[in-house]
Design a protein around this ligand. Sequence first.
Ligand code: SF4
Length: 425
Amino acid sequence: LSLATYLRDRMSEAEIRILDGQMLKISDILKELDRITPDIVGLGPIWLNYKNALAIARQSKKIKSRVIMGGHYATGLAKEILANRGICSDDYCIDAIIQGDGEEAFYQFILGLPFKKIKNLVYQKPKAGFIEFNKTESLDLNNLSISDRNMVDVENYFRISKKKVLKPSYKRHLYFYSKKGCAWRAFSKGGCVFCARMYKDMRTRNPELILEEIDYLVKKFKADFLWDVSDNFFDGKGWFDKFYGIYKDYPFKPTMRIYARANDITEENMKKIADMKIKQIIIGLETGDQRKLISLRKGPTASIAASKKAIKLLKSAGISSYGFFVFGAPNETKESLKKSVEFIHELNELGMTKFWPHILEPYPNSQAFHLLRKRTGDKYKNVDLFDKDQVINDWVKNFCRVSFSEIMTQARKLEFLPNSGYKYS
Ligand code: SF4
């Protein structure tokens, strides 16, 4: 929507269609592509649907569209994707990739500017075959218009989001973002070992602009539930207090869900959180073993004590806490896994609302992925399409001191708890 809004502002004559894979089957997208025969096709795959994205790219090439990819997955694997799908490859279906912010680069690609002049663009040189990486630039988020939700049928999103929002009493659920990137990832040059975010910096949006967007979502679409999808609501020096200062008196506050780090859930912030009608907080608690917090590179502020305190504070304020856990940390052992399982039970007693135990997935662009690629020789070198289960298995084999089946046994024990958000079977 952000890309589409940027184009709408600059090319009112362009016909822009958003074909969302959450709404449409791949067969419907391919049919629609044939029907509309677009000049340009932009794709934003994740690793679960990259195979489908390639099917769309190949079909697009058949109808002579120019094809460009962006997003976290394409940013992390730009070189490999273009080596395998670029103009000199046997499976040519991608003309270029955008790394990081796509609004201006996509616009310039559509205008037909020479590739070497487009910042953030990566492309394969015809004939020579090598991959050219242009300079990257981050946009000022405050110069971007508020995304125009009318470019899709929002009612469809209300229908699917009913399944995603945990309380069915909320009927009109929409998203916004308060920032891009994460301060810890920017500061530590990589962040948590499993983090695959494409942004190297952390940028906040002006609180005034966010308030304007919230007001638009509430008044125009009657949104009753908003989800800030930014990595940490408390990131950015002074941002939280500034936002609180202008938002606390807004009279039409919808219920809100945010992401946070446990150490930001403090006594001092609790009243402000409640005043802003934040009712659900998702926290990456990861593990019950302090040493595994270190091997996961969660940063100096992460601790078992902070995790417990956060759950207790949220419980006492009547705010739902959603804990995310990662099994398969570097050097995970039977003992550390056991500690995590016991910790989840302990947090449940303290009032954790719901929890999700995940197996560490070494997403492309994460440090885990780079470590795995280094350790496995040629296996994942120059590869852009992966068997996800195989990658996870290889991670566990190479970096954990416990087997994959032992991890699954522990994870499956937890799925029977009434507040488990994840079912493995
Ligand atoms: S996983 Fe979250 S906290 Fe860790 S570096 Fe990534 S965005 Fe930051």
